[in-house]
Ligand binder design. Structure first.
Ligand SMILES: [Zn+2]
Length: 236
């Protein structure tokens, strides 16, 4: 599972190496500036100012830029959080309403693929936790319990419930919505193949010229002049 679109980790060299064996969860941040900043421009600002860093930043377009590899302690929160958490930052603001967050599904879904990768790799559950109930997902605000930071991002309205569900959907894709037509075994399978019983759902397939699957096979066989194959006209 690829969890980034652009890799700038060779360029970020402040922070320090760390073992991944002690990792306990994922910490969510917001960049707090203009939310329309691109991932590259935010990363470039952090590189030149050396004011902070994350593992992955995600912008409004859903672009995922890796700043650091997991085995690198970033400058994201207080010491404890930098040592044992993976840090993701959205180009967003902690004063956003819930609706403002939900209006950015591209960003949230892209972020969910990042967090899903980490949950799968390190065995974290995709659920909101606090510092006492790790492993899981929490915010910079939660890490104030360890001291060393006074930041409150990603803000009180970050939709952890929706985000955790998105992460779970990446890990366990829903079976039916948006996927292939859901089948009721036997009856629907027969209807798909033969067009009978014709309940209007599978009278014939547009991409087969209005034929059922069986009639399409017959038409192919007839065109190949295979003995016994007879084309039935579309829709018949
Ligand atoms: Zn933060």
């Amino acid at each position: 599972m690829t969890y980034f679109d652009v890799d700038w980790s060779p360029r970020f060299n402040f922070g320090e190496p760390r073992s991944t064996s002690g990792l306990k969860g994922v910490c969510v941040h917001t960049s707090e500036g203009n939310p329309n900043i691109t991932a590259e421009n935010l990363a470039n600002y952090q590189l030149t100012s050396q004011t902070g860093s994350y593992h992955v930043i995600v912008d409004l377009t859903g672009k995922r830029l890796r700043e650091n590899t997991d085995d690198w302690a970033t400058w994201s929160s207080g010491n404890q959080g930098n040592n044992i958490l993976l840090h993701i930052c959205f180009t967003a603001r902690a004063d956003w309403t819930r609706q403002q967050w939900l209006d950015q599904p591209k960003m949230l879904r892209a972020g969910a693929t990042v967090v899903a990768h980490w949950c799968k790799t390190y065995g974290f559950p995709a659920r909101k936790v606090d510092t006492r109930s790790l492993p899981g997902i929490l915010g910079h605000n939660d890490t104030r319990a360890w001291g060393g930071t006074d930041h409150t991002d990603p803000g009180p309205n970050f939709p952890y419930d929706v985000f955790a569900q998105m992460v779970n959907d990446v890990l366990n894709p829903p079976k039916t919505p948006g996927g292939p037509v859901a089948l009721t075994p036997d009856r629907d399978t027969k209807a798909q193949l033969t067009g009978s019983p014709d309940d209007g759902k599978y009278p014939g397939w547009d991409q087969l010229g209005g034929r059922t699957v069986v009639n399409a096979l017959a038409a192919i066989g007839a065109a190949l002049k295979i003995p016994g194959f007879k084309d039935q006209k579309a829709g018949s």
